[in-house]
Design a protein around this ligand. Structure first.
Ligand SMILES: [Zn+2]
Length: 102
């Protein structure tokens, strides 16, 4: 079954649920679907559903803190995050590149 069909059927089923049933389903989904990663402050990291959405956010003139960031799929939470390029490459690899090992 295509994911779009699953989402469509879930949305139709949700329309027939009471608020209590929706809350119960939400709790069950949260248990099997990890929440986005958090910063050390406890706030959620910026997270996106697609590379395109992340890149659009990073290139927006208002989001200067994210300019130059690289969109990458997080294996921990399954969302797309934005990171500085140097955060995504281990220091030993950067050292090798700096010394002409590329
Ligand atoms: Zn994550």
């Amino acid at each position: 079954m295509l994911i779009e069909e699953i989402v469509k059927q879930a949305a139709q089923a949700a329309q027939k649920m009471s608020p209590e049933e929706k809350a119960k389903v939400r709790q069950q989904l949260e248990r099997c679907w990890p929440e986005p990663c958090r910063r050390i402050t406890g706030q959620f990291r910026a997270h996106f559903e697609s590379r395109e959405a992340a890149e659009a956010f990073a290139s927006h003139p208002a989001n200067t803190a994210y300019h130059g960031d690289i969109a990458h799929l997080c294996l921990k939470c399954g969302a797309w995050h934005l990171s500085r390029p140097e955060w995504l490459v281990p220091s030993w690899m950067r050292d090798m590149t700096d010394q002409g090992w590329n």
